[in-house]
Design a protein around this ligand. Structure first.
Ligand code: WTA
Length: 627
């Protein structure tokens, strides 16, 4: 196999940051506890996770913690009955948490809404009843094409409460993309908004839903529910479309939580992988709940007074696990912001932190790189002293940005936790805890109960300092249970590549201290601003344009977004290359896939390098670009 070299910027960072003594004194899990937890999990994985499961409420306990008799179809907490929403809401309203803030939401124009646990419970129940009145029952699917709004959280929980499977489609994805998701998922209901605010503009989502639903891509679809947000005019089909407020107006604020089997599906979330089309990753109630709850509380060393802000969109797994489910399971206050980080100016995030007294801020390297361009002037204008812990996820965190965050936002008092995980893992897997010794650029070590390693294609561990493939050697509770409409994927893409191990698709190395350094994807998946986009998806969008004969797409480094797409195309015989065509092709990619696909450039070629069997060689083009 290739032995990829570490990124330059990672190579040159040798500084080590030790936890402040106060952090160790106050930590719920101190360094000795961490060592003990690792030892316990290493010697008896099931009892470690069983103890984590005991912290939650179950209608019926499990017969078995882990059924591995049909690996890799692992089943967690078999025989157990539960509902994740019961744990995220009902459990808390029996306690002093009833009147605690569950959700603080801020709109881009500056409006704000807040929900206590009791208020959120009531809102969720009303919509749960509303969905039931639309005929949604256990096992039905509901697509949510929604931005960062309280109703997004409410809809997710309302679905889960009645046993319906939610599937969020990121609001930055195009109508075409949405149509494809609806076709695959076959939802009974789609929930959306009239429009929402982003960078001073109104983004009209209902309009996109209407175009995605032309000729009805879901035979099961009966209703579209529309939340009022931007008050823009929308077309309402009287046979199909309902306003959200009309649906909930007369509903009762109590709705029985459906009794779910631990392995019943909770949600489907699409993500790009090696194969051409994005894969619908399925997570289930029981194991996901246990893994997310434990990792949320431990990684962020949760305190009863914390105000937690994860700035990821709920349309991604980070939003699912650590904006919605993790914080609510733990009974903490979660913050959500609708809009753009630079609107109306580059201090918006710092303003939100000081306004609500955020104590834990979980973000992405791209967001930090975007904001550090403006220097420390903006952070200095705000009181950031409530911050205790900083975290990041989604892409390699270059030490320069890590240290900027540590010094300018955390004022050298807050640990920066670089957390590695995936849509498939459901929960944080490799990450420091606040008491860990930190090395900027490294995600440090696997959490207790997670058996991660760097191996070659035969599954043999590679020596320290050498590049290899990141694998997880034992199952973990929040693991995905299946891939939508693809029974072979579990083996073909994940557990069969290096037999017996979960292949994450990342290239990494471990150093002499056993610290992991993630270097990027091992496959043809681009990581643009922390978002997984398959090269094949962009290629297929390009070849769908009438002037393009062939296309190949690679990732090239970018100072802010980490990576952006670069395309090489050949034209059909009567097409002519021009600046207009260049611009049109980029617009075309954005229309097909969404504007998150940042494209550096498109190079017009006479021919593309091919293998003897006619396959285009991405590697050859990468080499040509000096990558
Ligand atoms: C990348 C996001 C470096 C990695 C939660 C992984 C990271 C993919 C890190 C998953 C990190 C995630 N350092 N790279 N801390 N965290 N990645 O499914 O390539 O959207 O495979 O889940 O993001 O992306 P996904």
């Amino acid at each position: 196999m290739d032995s990829p070299e570490p990124l330059d910027s990672l190579l040159h960072e040798e500084r080590v940051f030790r936890p402040l003594p106060q952090m160790i004194i106050e930590a719920g899990i101190n360094p000795q506890d961490l060592i003990a937890a690792r030892a316990r999990a290493d010697s008896d994985l099931c009892s470690y996770w069983e103890e984590a499961a005991e912290e939650l409420d179950w209608f019926t306990k499990w017969d078995q913690v882990l059924d591995d008799s049909n690996a890799p179809n692992y089943k967690w907490f078999t025989g157990a009955r539960c509902n994740i929403v019961y744990n995220a809401l009902d459990r808390h309203i029996e306690t002093v948490n009833k009147n605690r803030l569950a959700l603080i939401w801020e709109g881009e124009p500056g409006d704000s809404r807040q929900f206590t646990y009791y208020e959120l419970y009531r809102a969720v129940n009303k919509f749960a009843n509303g969905l039931r009145s639309l005929g949604v029952t256990k096992g039905d699917r509901v697509v949510l094409y929604m931005p960062q709004l309280p109703e997004t959280v409410i809809s997710m929980l309302a679905c889960a409460r009645i046993g319906a499977v939610h599937s969020l489609v990121f609001s930055g994805f195009s109508a075409k993309n949405l149509r494809e998701r609806i076709r695959e998922i076959q939802p009974r209901v789609v929930v959306t908004v009239d429009g929402f605010y982003r960078n001073g503009q109104v983004i009209r989502l209902k309009e996109a839903v209407d175009s995605a639903l032309l000729d009805n891509p879901s035979e099961k679809l009966e209703s579209v529910v529309v939340v009022h947000r931007a008050n823009v005019e929308v077309a309402m089909d009287s046979a199909r479309d309902y306003w959200y407020e009309d649906i909930v107006r007369h509903e009762r604020a109590h709705a029985a939580a459906e009794i779910m089997d631990s392995s019943d599906p909770l949600f489907i979330l699409h993500t790009s992988g090696t194969a051409g089309k994005p894969k619908g990753i399925i997570h289930s109630h029981g194991g996901y709940m246990v893994g997310v709850h434990r990792t949320f509380k431990w990684v962020f060393d949760l305190k009863p007074t914390d105000i937690f802000w994860c700035s990821a969109d709920p349309g991604w797994i980070t939003g699912h696990s650590y904006l919605v489910y993790g914080p609510l399971l733990a009974g903490t206050t979660t913050v959500m912001y609708e809009g753009h980080a630079l609107y109306p100016q580059a201090d918006r995030l710092w303003n939100i932190i000081s306004k609500y007294g955020v104590s834990i801020f979980y973000t992405s390297p791209t967001q930090i790189r975007t904001l550090m361009r403006f220097g420390h002037r903006y952070p200095d204008q705000h009181d950031l002293s409530t911050l205790r812990i900083l975290g990041a996820v989604g892409e390699p965190f270059n030490p320069e940005a890590w240290i900027w965050l540590y010094e300018n936002i955390g004022k050298s008092q807050c640990p920066v936790l670089d957390t590695w995980w995936q849509t498939e893992t459901g929960m944080i897997m490799i990450s420091p805890m606040p008491v860990s010794v930190l090395k900027p650029g490294s995600v440090t070590r696997a959490l207790p109960g997670v058996d991660a390693d760097v191996v070659n294609l035969k599954g043999e561990p590679v020596p320290a300092g050498k590049g290899g493939f990141l694998v997880i050697k034992k199952p973990w509770p929040a693991m995905f249970s299946a891939v939508l409409n693809d029974d072979r994927a579990l083996v073909d893409h994940y557990w069969g590549i290096i037999p017996g191990m979960f292949y994450a698709g990342d290239v990494a190395r471990k150093d002499e201290d056993g610290y992991f350094w993630i270097q990027g994807r091992a496959d043809d998946v681009l990581n643009i601003a922390g978002h997984r986009i398959g090269s094949a998806e962009v290629e297929s969008a390009l070849t769908g344009h009438h002037d393009i004969a062939e296309a190949v797409v690679i990732g090239v480094p970018d100072k802010i977004k980490g990576e952006v797409a670069k395309a090489f195309v050949t034209l059909i015989y009567d097409a002519v290359e021009s600046d207009e065509l260049h611009k049109e092709l980029i617009d075309h990619i954005h229309r097909e896939l969404g504007t998150i696909v940042a494209v550096k450039s498109i190079e017009f070629c006479d021919e593309l390098p091919k293998t003897s069997s006619g396959k285009v060689k991405r590697m050859a083009l990468k080499e040509r670009e000096g990558l």
